[in-house]
Design a binder for this molecule. Structure first.
Ligand code: TEU
Ligand code: CA
Length: 569
């Protein structure tokens, strides 16, 4: 099947040929010596991103927040938390990006607000408050004593451990929170809620931002009956996800949002929806340009493969399962929709430790993972520090962890008799804090992050691995990312080429081709400590092919090595 170059809809689909860098402001750069990263800190490091060659910066939340979940608990959607700076600082950052030809994408947390948001403060004040139905309030389960365990309106569990409901003394009712008790869910059934959120988006678009990353946006339509979920063997709570994941009105709500906010907006924007548990079938609908919902989604299939019943139940990764999953999404969104490509973000442990090798082969493995990901069809996301090949950090003690999800899991597991050492090991492997250590800019004691002790421990490896050293070393992971990003800019086969998986059953080699108008790329990645000779159907044909990424020639690979070969038919 010959593939034509995808129509660009007059530049409205600019993000198809873009590479996005995700910045977690709390951990990027601290400009005022309080140990916490901030907006002037980000602005001071824009040349690093420009040198990398990324086109877009996605900024994790910087809005006023009690920081219960590091800003994903928003108390005011149209301002900046003083800890991060001011609206003027945000404008400076946007101007600095524009001056370097880059765009700015803000993070919108619309499934829930902070419990300190004025909307919720008013909602919880009285059962007849004007904003009562802006959230999900329910009386205790019939026949129970309100406020006692089991009296919750339904049996859903929170993502951050414990029940998804909290009893509120003031009105004697419960409110729903799929995340922490300080993150009450908004009731999108209420049109005023949706309209208020549309106004928030217009506020930021009018301020010049180029798009949005929408937090757990496939959770916003719930089954209003809020029925109990099935309780898995040994589980304390029911699984509510069948009743709120891609719920009954989700497509209607996203089409309304696009119609009311995105379509009328002059400048072409980018909207990516974070969608835990989204299926490929749903993603085809969400990202179909003719349906006018979102441009791409973050799906989680490939980051849930190496876990059992819960994310804490770490299992070894079967490369065949990873290849099967990613190639299914490649093929599934080949003719309609578009993929987002990521190994890392602020919720996932570092990929080189998880999917690669963070010992003697760390640099080679980090480069190979980047090569394999960036040569897939879709928009790649580079999470801060990934371009340095940062690894997980072996936090020593529970007090070293800051993430509410991790600390809640530890407390809950111990409350149910778990061995602290076992749970600590689970956190070391899978905690989100692995992704949230300060960005190491140099080999100084504070890693150049700031002038004082950072809010979370610095990666002890920063003396060796930091941005300054990477820039000076042409063979560094950083320059490898720079070359991959340049190749995407220079060779249209990378953006538009067909994807074909090879050697699907090979447990160690990831191999696929990309084809466009007579040009063919062969992408190879060795996910093992031993050298390999991939049994390709026509490997002889690649012996003299140009090497466009990596070193060496032909198809034989060293430990954790990646390579891209190019030939023209
Ligand atoms: O994450 C949603 C989400 O699915 C994560 O909770 C994820 O499943 C989990 O953390 C993996 O361990 C978004 C944000 O990215 C996350 O940082 C927030 O904590 C969460 O929503 C609530 O806003
Ligand atoms: Ca600061």
């Amino acid at each position: 099947m010959t593939r034509h170059v995808a129509p660009d809809h007059g530049g409205r689909q600019w993000w198809k040929s873009s590479v996005v860098s995700q910045i977690y402001p709390r951990s990027f750069a601290d400009s005022n010596g309080d140990g916490i990263g901030d907006l002037p800190g980000v602005t001071s490091r824009l040349d690093h991103l420009a040198a990398l060659g990324v086109d877009v910066v996605w900024l994790s939340p910087v809005y006023p927040s009690p920081q219960d979940d590091n800003g994903y608990d928003v108390a005011d959607y149209c301002d900046i938390d003083p800890m991060f700076g001011t609206l003027a600082d945000l404008d400076d950052l946007a101007a600095g990006l524009r001056a370097r030809g880059m765009k700015l994408v803000m993070d919108l947390v619309f499934n829930h607000t902070s419990d300190e948001h004025p909307w919720f403060v008013e909602s919880r004040a009285a059962t007849d408050s004007a904003r009562r139905d802006w959230y999900w309030w329910r009386p205790a389960r019939p026949g129970t004593t309100p406020g006692t365990p089991g009296a919750e309106p339904n049996n859903w569990g929170s993502v951050f451990s414990g029940p998804a409901w909290t009893f509120d003394e003031t009105t004697g009712e419960y409110y729903l929170h799929l995340f922490s008790r300080k993150q009450p869910d908004l009731n999108w059934e209420h049109p005023d809620v949706r309209h208020a959120l549309h106004d928030v988006m217009r506020f930021w678009l009018d301020r010049g931002v180029d798009g949005f990353r929408m937090d757990v946006v496939n959770f916003v339509s719930k089954d209003p009956a809020l029925p109990d979920g099935l309780v898995a063997p040994g589980a304390r709570f029911g699984d509510g996800s069948p009743h709120f994941l891609s719920g009954p009105r989700i497509h209607e709500f996203l089409q309304e949002l696009h119609r009311e906010v995105i379509a009328p907006h002059q400048r072409p924007t980018m909207v990516v929806g974070e969608m835990p548990g989204v299926t490929l079938e749903d993603a085809r609908r969400f990202t179909d340009p003719d349906r006018r919902e979102v441009d791409m989604v973050f799906q989680f299939e490939h980051v849930d493969l190496d876990a059992g019943a819960s994310k804490w139940d770490a299992r070894p990764l079967d490369l065949r399962a990873l290849k099967a999953s990613l190639s299914r999404w490649q093929v599934g969104l080949a003719d309609r929709g578009w993929n987002s490509l990521y190994w890392n973000n602020h919720d996932q442990p570092r990929a080189v430790s998880r999917f690669g090798h963070d010992g003697e082969h760390r640099v080679m493995a980090a480069k190979m993972l980047a090569t394999v990901l960036h040569l897939h069809r879709g928009t790649p996301y580079v999470y801060q520090g990934e371009e340095l090949g940062l690894a997980n950090v072996a936090f020593g003690h529970i007090d070293d962890f800051r993430d509410i999800e991790s600390r809640n899991h530890y407390a809950e597991a111990l409350a149910h008799g778990a061995d602290p050492a076992v749970v600590l090991e689970q956190l070391r492997a899978r905690s989100r804090d692995n992704a949230r250590t300060p960005m190491p800019w140099d080999d100084s004691p504070t890693g150049g992050f700031g002038s004082t002790r950072p809010w979370i421990a610095l990666d002890p490896g920063h003396r060796r691995t930091n941005a300054g050293a990477a820039l000076d070393d042409p063979d560094s992971v950083f320059h490898h990312y720079r070359r991959l990003i340049a190749l995407r800019r220079d060779d249209p086969v990378v953006v538009h080429g067909d994807f074909t998986l090879l050697l699907a059953d090979d447990p160690q080699v990831y191999a696929f081709t990309r084809r466009l108008d007579g040009v063919e790329l062969l992408v190879l990645g060795n996910f093992g400590d031993d050298p390999v000779e991939p049994a390709l159907p026509d490997d002889a044909a690649w012996t003299d092919a140009d090497v466009v990424v990596g070193t060496g020639s032909g198809v034989s690979l060293g430990p954790w090595e990646g390579r891209v070969l190019r030939r023209v038919h």
